[in-house]
Design a binder for this molecule. Structure first.
Ligand SMILES: Nc1ncnc2c1ncn2[C@@H]1O[C@H](COP(=O)(O)OP(=O)(O)OP(=O)(O)O)[C@@H](O)[C@H]1O
Length: 473
C-alpha cells in the first residue's frame, strides 16, 4: 500500500499570450493556502488540497512542503516519488528544473537541483557510521519506449524486477555524483533532450553502507516531469501527434489507476495493482508501492482560456487525494467539500452516470460487469460529456483487456512453474524407484548371504561333531 500521498496544486502567473487572449480573465481565486474557488461559464466550485501554491509562491516553499520529507526519508533508505502533472505550459518543467537547470538566481531553482542539494545536506549531517553514495540516472518514456537521456544510443531500455522486487532499468547509465555542482553539470548537458510529449524521469539513488556490519540499503528519489495532459480533441491532432496523445493519455490514465488502486482502502481494493499497464507505472512500481512517500504537484494555468484543462488537472489531483481516505474519513471529506460548496460530482455519482449512459447502449449483462469492475477496482473515471464517456469506456475496455492479458500471462507462468515442478517430481520419483529397487536387491542379497552363512556355520558345526583322529601312541 502506498503509505503517504501529498497532493498540491500550483498556479503559475498568466503568460503574455493568456493576458492578451483573455484580457486577464482568471478562472481561480484564492480562499487560503489549502483551498481555492474555480470558476468557468458553467460552475463555481471550491477545491481543497494539502497545499495550494499561487502565482507568487516561491520555489523554496514548494520544495520544503513537497520534496523535503521525501529527501529526508531517502537517506534512511525509503523510496519516494515526486510527480508533476498538468497540461503543456502549465509549469511542470519550471517546477522541476526552474527556468533553467543552471539558473544562477538561487530563488528560482527548481525541485530537482534542490533535491540534489537536500540529499547532500542530509548526508552531511547524518551519522558517520554510514557511507553514502548518490547515483543519478535520467530516462524518458516516449511512445512506450524508455530512452536513456545520459546515453541516447540506449533507446530501448528494458524494465526488470529483481528477487527483492526492486525495479531495475537494464543497462541504464548511472553516474555517481560526489557534489551538487557535479550533478547539475551532468544534468544540464542532457536537459534539453526531453520533450513535452514524453515523460521525463530523474532517478536519484542513495546507497547507504553501514561501516559496522557492511549492510547496504538504498533509497530512491524519483522526480517525474510528465508529458502534457491536454485532451486530444483540443489539440486537433492527427497522425503521429494523435498517436502520441493517445499513448500519453493511456499512460496518465494508467498512473491514475495505480494511484487509485494503491490508495483505496483494502476492503474495496482487489490485490491487483495494475503496474504493468504502462512503462511509466512499471518504472515507478517500487517507488509508489510499499513503504514509500508520493507527492503529486498539479500544475495549472490560472487563465480562463485554459479553464477546462485546469479543471481536468484539478480533478486528477482531487481523485488522488479524495480516494486516499478510508471510507469513514472520506465521508468526512465529503462533508468538508460540501461545506465549501463543492458541487463537483463524487466518484460514485460519476460511475452511476456512466452506467446509466451505458445502459442505453449496452446489454444489461455488460453494464453489470462494468459495475462490478468499478466497485472491485475502484476504477478511475471522470466524465463531463459523452466524449469523455466514450473515452472512459475505451479506457475500461483497454484496462479489462490488459488485465485479462496479465491474468493469461500469470496463468502461463503458473503452468510453466507446474510443468517444472512436475518434471522435478518425476525425476525424484524415478530416483526413489531406483533407490527402492536397489534396496530390494540389497535385501535379497542380504537374505542369500544370511542363508550361505547359515549353511557355512552348519557345515562347521557338522564337521566339529567328528572327534579328532587319535594318533596311535
Ligand atoms: N511558477 C512560475 N513562475 C514563473 N513562470 C512560470 C511558472 N511556471 C511556469 N512558468 C513559465 O511558463 C512557461 C511554461 O512552463 P513550463 O515549460 O514549465 O510548462 P510545462 O508544464 O513543463 O510544459 P511542457 O509540458 O510543454 O513541458 C515557461 O516559460 C515558464 O518559465
Amino acid at each position: 500500500m502506498m503509505s503517504n500521498i501529498t497532493v498540491c496544486a500550483r498556479f503559475r502567473p498568466l503568460s503574455a499570450k493568456e493576458r492578451k487572449d483573455s484580457c486577464d480573465s482568471i478562472c481561480i481565486s484564492s480562499i487560503d493556502s489549502e483551498s481555492f474557488i474555480f470558476k468557468d461559464e458553467k460552475d463555481e466550485c471550491t477545491y481543497s488540497f494539502d497545499k495550494v501554491f499561487y502565482e507568487e509562491s516561491k520555489q523554496a516553499d514548494v520544495y520544503e512542503f513537497l520534496a523535503l520529507p521525501i529527501v529526508k526519508d531517502a537517506v534512511k533508505g525509503v523510496n519516494g516519488t515526486i510527480i508533476t502533472y498538468g497540461q503543456t505550459g502549465a509549469g511542470k518543467t519550471y517546477s522541476v528544473e526552474g527556468p533553467s537547470i543552471l539558473e544562477c538566481d538561487v530563488q528560482k531553482k527548481g525541485l530537482l537541483p534542490r533535491v540534489v542539494d537536500g540529499l547532500f545536506e542530509c548526508i552531511k549531517s547524518a551519522d558517520e557510521s554510514t557511507k553514502y553514495t548518490i547515483k543519478l540516472s535520467m530516462v524518458e518514456i516516449y511512445m512506450e519506449k524508455v530512452r536513456d537521456l545520459l546515453d541516447l544510443t540506449k533507446d530501448n531500455i528494458q524494465i526488470k524486477e529483481n528477487k527483492e522486487q526492486e525495479i531495475l532499468l537494464s543497462g541504464v547509465t548511472e553516474i555517481t555524483i560526489s557534489d551538487p555542482e557535479g550533478a547539475l553539470q551532468s544534468l544540464s548537458t542532457e536537459m534539453n533532450v526531453g520533450s513535452s510529449r514524453s515523460h521525463c524521469i530523474y532517478i536519484l539513488t542513495v546507497q547507504l553502507e553501514s561501516n559496522t556490519d557492511k549492510r547496504v540499503k538504498t533509497g530512491k528519489v524519483i522526480l517525474v516531469d510528465l508529458a502534457g495532459s491536454e485532451k486530444v480533441e483540443k489539440t486537433g491532432a492527427e497522425g503521429k501527434v494523435l498517436e502520441e496523445s493517445k499513448t500519453i493519455n493511456k499512460s496518465l490514465s494508467a498512473l491514475g489507476n495505480v494511484i487509485n488502486a494503491l490508495t483505496c482502502g483494502p476492503s474495496t481494493r482487489s490485490s491487483h495493482i495494475p503496474f504493468r499497464d504502462s512503462k511509466l507505472t512499471r518504472i515507478l512500481q517500487d517507488a509508489l508501492g510499499g513503504n514509500s512517500r508520493t507527492a503529486l504537484l498539479c500544475c495549472c494555468s490560472p487563465s480562463a482560456s485554459n479553464a477546462s484543462e485546469t479543471l481536468s488537472t484539478i480533478r486528477f489531483g482531487m481523485r488522488a487525494k479524495h480516494i486516499k481516505a478510508s471510507p469513514l474519513v472520506s465521508r468526512r471529506e465529503d462533508k468538508h467539500a460540501k461545506k465549501h460548496g463543492d458541487i463537483s460530482p463524487t466518484k460514485d455519482e460519476s460511475c452511476d452516470r456512466i452506467l446509466n449512459k451505458l445502459r442505453e447502449r449496452l446489454d444489461d449483462e455488460d453494464v453489470k460487469l462494468l459495475e462490478e469492475l468499478f466497485i472491485l477496482e475502484g476504477l478511475f473515471i471522470d466524465v463531463t460529456s459523452v466524449e469523455d464517456l466514450e473515452s472512459a469506456y475505451q479506457d475500461v475496455t483497454s484496462w479489462t483487456i490488459s488485465s485479462l492479458q496479465q491474468a493469461v500471462e500469470e496463468l502461463i507462468y503458473t503452468v510453466e512453474e507446474l510443468k517444472r515442478e512436475n518434471k522435478d517430481l518425476k525425476a525424484r520419483l524415478a530416483d526413489a524407484e531406483r533407490f527402492d529397487a536397489m534396496r530390494k536387491k540389497t535385501e535379497d542379497n542380504a537374505g542369500v548371504l544370511l542363508k550361505i552363512s547359515g549353511i557355512i556355520s552348519f557345515l562347521f558345526s557338522w564337521a566339529g561333531s567328528f572327534s579328532p583322529l587319535k594318533m596311535p601312541s
